[in-house]
Write a protein that binds this ligand. Structure first.
Ligand code: PLP
Length: 399
């Protein structure tokens, strides 16, 4: 009944972990959900007002395949304002989330025999999408010792004649690793020596960077990559608008044209009212975005030392996004109070869920073990409770 391609990839592990936790919560269990990849803040009031107005003016019909001209113009202004990049409206595509932009780009460009370089730990959808389209994900281990970042040397060694893309996600989900200008320069220098390799810059966490770090995107560092770079962003994380499903990509006209062709035969156009909402978010007040990032930073500053104080856990300081990727090597091999030995990060995540009701995602889901990813997109009181529970569960383990 099902196509062979369905066996090439899996369901999103973080979505699955969240579903399991929600099921337990629905059954009456007291569960703290730290699995989600979405800010816990509401959609801004002015965005809601603009959406209501779009409804009242009957902006409820199909739009152009790549999005409304107004929104694409606003996206061009955003690239100019925040990244000093010049794009024309026909170099922009709006899709149902950054995820769909990436999906369209890979579907349009990769097939059997191609390779895509994915630095890990990573957002696992890259790997599954590459597999879905018949290509090979070349997963590069970028461990904690190198701050979870791809080095120029690793990139150089991973490129073959078959390489199509390198995926660069900064700030990174799940590690929060954020590349500096110098680090990006090292990578773009390598790319300049390999004219057949394209770069997909997933900048979805651009606005969420800490300690005064300045965000940069590869094209800003090396404008000569313009004809082989796709820069991806969206409103999900910056404006806490995950459910509106609006993401966008900027790249060469031919690539955007191919992605648009695919979109015309799949979703037709992104949602009209969501586009009106995204327009208001991109063109309206930006101050609240900075305030929210400050709030994320104070949560990070709480959670990192709190987790490091727990025996068996080791937590680095993320520079961006709203996740901590916590090493749990010190837990493996220990026994739970019921006598079960914890052998993997997945078993540790399950133990935390079952014993103290804290839901998080195991590291294998992001291509690097033994770790667990904790989202700190939750209220400070919730985070305090979660850390206390995780501490209790870890202290109950025996050698
Ligand atoms: N890229 C990364 C690294 C993400 O973590 C996510 C969402 O979790 C996305 C892309 C997709 O975002 P969107 O909601 O715009 O589809």
């Amino acid at each position: 009944m099902f196509a062979a391609r369905m066996n090439r990839f899996g369901e999103s592990a973080s979505i699955r972990a969240a579903q399991l936790a929600r099921q337990l919560a629905a059954g009456g269990r007291d569960i703290i959900l730290l699995t989600t990849g979405e800010p816990d803040f509401p959609t801004a009031e002015h965005v809601k007002v603009a959406t209501m107005s779009a409804l009242n003016f009957e902006q409820t019909k199909y739009t152009g395949v790549t999005g409304t001209l107004e929104l694409r113009q606003a996206i061009c202004r955003k690239f100019k304002r925040d990244n000093q990049l010049d794009f024309a409206e026909d170099e922009i595509i709006v899709s149902a989330g950054a995820k769909q932009v990436i999906f369209n780009a890979l579907m349009a460009t990769v097939e059997d025999g191609h390779e895509v370089i994915v630095p890990a730990p990573c957002w696992v959808s890259y790997i599954d999408m590459v597999r879905l389209f018949g290509a090979k994900p070349v997963v590069i281990n970028c461990g904690q010792a190198q701050n979870f970042k791809l080095t120029p040397d690793q990139l150089e060694r991973s490129i073959t004649d078959r390489t199509r893309w390198v995926m660069l996600n900064s700030p990174c989900n799940p590690s929060g690793a954020t590349y500096s200008q110098t680090e990006l320069q090292g990578l773009t220098d390598v790319l300049m020596r390999h004219a057949h390799v394209w770069v997909l810059a997933d900048d979805i966490y651009e606005a969420i960077v800490y300690d005064g770090i300045e965000f940069s995107t590869p094209l800003q560092i090396e404008p000569r990559l313009r004809e082989r770079a796709l820069t991806v962003n969206g409103v999900s994380k910056t404006y806490a608008m995950t459910g509106w499903r609006i993401g966008y990509g900027a790249g060469p006209r031919e690539l955007i044209g191919a992605m648009s062709k695919l979109q015309s035969q799949s979703i037709t156009s992104p949602s009209s009212v969501s586009q009106a909402a995204a327009l208001a978010a991109l063109t309206g007040d930006q101050e609240y975005v900075t305030q929210r990032t400050r709030e994320f930073q104070s949560r990070r500053d709480f959670i990192v030392p709190a987790l490091n104080a727990i025996p068996g856990l080791s937590c680095h300081m993320p520079q961006g996004a709203f996740y901590v990727y916590v090493g749990c090597g010190g837990i493996l091999g220990k026994k739970t109070p019921t006598g079960k030995k914890i052998l993997t990060d997945e078993e540790f995540a399950l133990y935390l869920l079952e014993s103290v009701g804290v839901a998080l995602v195991h590291g294998a889901a992001f291509g690097m073990s033994p770790y667990v990813r904790i989202s700190f997109a939750a209220h400070m009181e919730v985070l305090k409770d979660a850390c206390a529970r995780i501490g209790k569960a870890c202290r109950a383990l025996r050698e």
